[in-house]
Design a protein around this ligand. Structure first.
Ligand SMILES: *[C@@H]1O[C@H](CO)[C@@H](O)[C@H](O)[C@H]1NC(C)=O
Ligand SMILES: *[C@@H]1O[C@H](CO)[C@@H](O)[C@H](O)[C@H]1NC(C)=O
Length: 406
C-alpha cells in the first residue's frame, strides 16, 4: 500500500475531518466575528452617507451650531429618566432625549451639531454601538453634518475609547475623526500617519466662507475638538482626565499653521471655537464673577491643571469653549478674554434637577459684508439656550465675540 489515503474509509474520514473543520470555522466566524459586525439587527458598514463638505456658511451669511451636552443615553424605551418630577417619571425614558433632539433640530435648523461627550451612559448600556446609533439617531436622520467627542462615561459599556471614536467617525453624516492626520499639522511628520497624541477624538474642522463670496474657498471659522479623557489616578488619588501637553502642542500647531486663508481678505487668524467635555480648573474662579446662566453645582474637573487656559489665551483665535459634564451648570463666563460655556444637561437619563428643564445650547456665527455687498469673514458670534418645555423657551442670549478692525 503506497498510502492509506487511497482507501475508501480513509477518504471518508478525511472528508469528515474536513467538514468538521469547516463547520468549526463557520461557527467561529459566526460567534466571534459576526457579532461584531452586527449592531442589534443593523449591520454596520462603512459610512454610506457623507454630508456635503467642506462645512460652509450659508448664502445668508450665517452658520449655526447646536451643542448637545450629556445625552447619557442608555438602552432606549426601557431606560428610566433621572431627576424628573414624580408626575413625569412613569412616562419618561431615553425616547424623551431623542424627542428633544428632534425638536431642537426642527426648531433651530442648525448647520452642524456638536455632541460634547457622555453621549451614552456606558454603565446603563448593554451594547455601546447600539446605544450610540440610537443616541445620534435624530442627527443621522436629519442628514446634517455632526461631530462628537467622548465624555468620561461613554467607554463604560462594551467598547474602548479608541473603538468608540473609530465607530463614531464611520456613522452616517459624522465628520468626527479619531485623531488628526500628520498632514493636518504644520510639523513635518510622515504624511497621512496618525499623529502621536494623547486621547481619541482630537481634530479640527474648518468652516468655509459663503458660496460665491471671495472667501468661498477659505476657512474662516475653525472648530477644535479635544478629548478631555475620563478618569486618572494622580499620586494614588482618583481624579478626572485632562487635556495633555501633546494635545495642546497639536492645537497650537494647527492654530499657527497654514490654513488656506492667508489672503488679502483675512489679515487676522480666523476666529475659532473649541469643544470638549470636562471643564478646566479655572472655571471655579467664575463663581463670584459675572456670568450668564446658572452656576448650581461644584465644578467636577481634574486636580491637574495642564495649562489649557494659558494655551488658548496665547493662541488668540479661540473665542469660546463649549463644555459639558456638570449638568446643572449652564452658564457662560469669561476668563482672560475667552468665553467658557456649559451646554447644560440634555439627556433624561443623566442626573439633573427636578423641575429644571433639560436644555441645549445654540451658537450662531454671522458674517460681515464687504464694500460690494459680498460676504466677508465672521462679524459676530452669539449664543443662547433652549429649554425642553412646551415652547422650547429661548433663554440667556448673549454676544460672545465681535469683529474689530485692527
Ligand atoms: C416624555 O415623552 C412622553 C411622550 O413621548 C411625554 O408624554 C412625557 O411628558 C415626556 N416627559 C418629559 C419629562 O418630557
Ligand atoms: C473656488 O473654487 C472653485 C473651484 O475650484 C472656483 O471655481 C472658484 O472660482 C473659486 N472661488 C474663489 C473666490 O476663489
Amino acid at each position: 500500500m503506497s498510502s492509506s489515503s487511497s482507501s475508501p474509509t480513509a477518504k471518508w474520514s478525511h472528508s469528515f475531518l474536513y467538514l468538521t473543520f469547516l463547520y468549526a470555522l463557520l461557527y467561529f466566524v459566526h460567534t466571534q466575528i459576526a457579532d461584531r459586525l452586527l449592531v442589534g439587527h443593523r449591520p454596520v458598514s462603512v459610512k454610506k452617507n457623507n454630508p456635503d463638505l467642506p462645512l460652509r456658511f450659508r448664502s445668508d451669511g450665517s452658520f449655526k451650531i447646536l451643542q448637545v451636552a450629556d445625552m447619557h443615553y442608555g438602552n432606549g424605551g426601557l431606560t428610566r429618566c433621572r431627576d424628573v418630577l414624580d408626575s413625569e417619571f412613569a412616562h419618561c425614558s431615553d425616547h424623551n432625549t431623542s424627542l428633544f433632539l428632534k425638536r431642537m433640530i426642527e426648531a433651530e435648523k442648525p448647520d452642524f451639531i456638536a455632541f460634547t461627550g457622555d453621549n451614552i451612559f456606558g454603565s446603563s448600556s448593554a451594547d455601546a454601538a447600539e446605544s450610540m446609533l440610537r443616541a445620534f439617531g435624530p442627527a443621522i436622520e436629519s442628514g446634517l453634518p455632526w461631530a462628537a467627542v467622548l465624555g468620561n462615561h461613554d467607554q463604560e459599556s462594551t467598547m474602548t475609547r479608541e473603538e468608540l471614536m473609530s465607530f463614531i467617525s464611520l456613522i452616517d453624516y459624522s465628520v468626527s475623526q479619531v485623531n488628526p492626520l500628520a498632514e493636518d499639522s504644520s510639523n513635518l511628520a510622515k504624511e497621512g500617519r496618525m499623529q502621536d497624541i494623547d486621547g481619541f477624538g482630537n481634530y479640527n474642522l474648518r468652516v468655509y466662507g459663503a458660496p460665491g463670496s471671495h472667501l468661498a474657498n477659505s476657512s474662516i471659522l475653525n472648530l477644535f475638538f479635544l478629548d478631555s479623557g475620563d478618569r486618572e489616578t494622580v499620586h494614588g488619588v482618583r481624579t478626572y482626565g485632562w487635556i495633555k501637553e501633546s494635545q495642546l502642542r497639536w492645537i497650537r500647531g494647527v492654530s499657527q499653521g497654514p490654513d488656506h486663508s492667508d489672503n488679502a481678505f483675512t489679515l487676522d487668524k480666523p476666529p475659532a471655537l473649541a469643544f470638549f467635555h470636562i471643564p478646566i480648573p479655572e472655571i471655579r474662579q467664575l463663581w463670584n464673577k459675572d456670568i450668564v446662566g446658572k452656576f448650581q453645582e461644584a465644578v467636577a474637573c481634574s486636580s491637574v491643571n495642564s495649562g489649557v487656559l494659558e494655551t488658548l489665551v496665547s493662541m488668540g483665535d479661540v473665542k469660546a469653549v463649549f463644555m459639558g459634564h456638570d449638568h446643572n451648570n449652564d452658564f457662560c463666563g469669561n476668563l482672560d478674554g475667552v468665553w467658557f460655556c456649559y451646554g447644560g444637561g440634555f439627556g433624561y437619563h443623566g442626573y439633573g434637577k427636578k423641575g429644571w428643564p433639560r436644555r441645549a445650547r445654540v451658537i450662531l456665527a454671522e458674517l460681515r459684508k464687504g464694500e460690494k455687498g459680498s460676504w466677508m469673514g465672521v462679524e459676530r458670534i452669539r449664543t443662547w439656550k433652549r429649554l425642553d418645555d412646551e415652547k422650547l423657551s429661548k433663554i440667556d442670549e448673549q454676544f460672545l465675540w465681535e469683529y474689530q478692525l485692527s
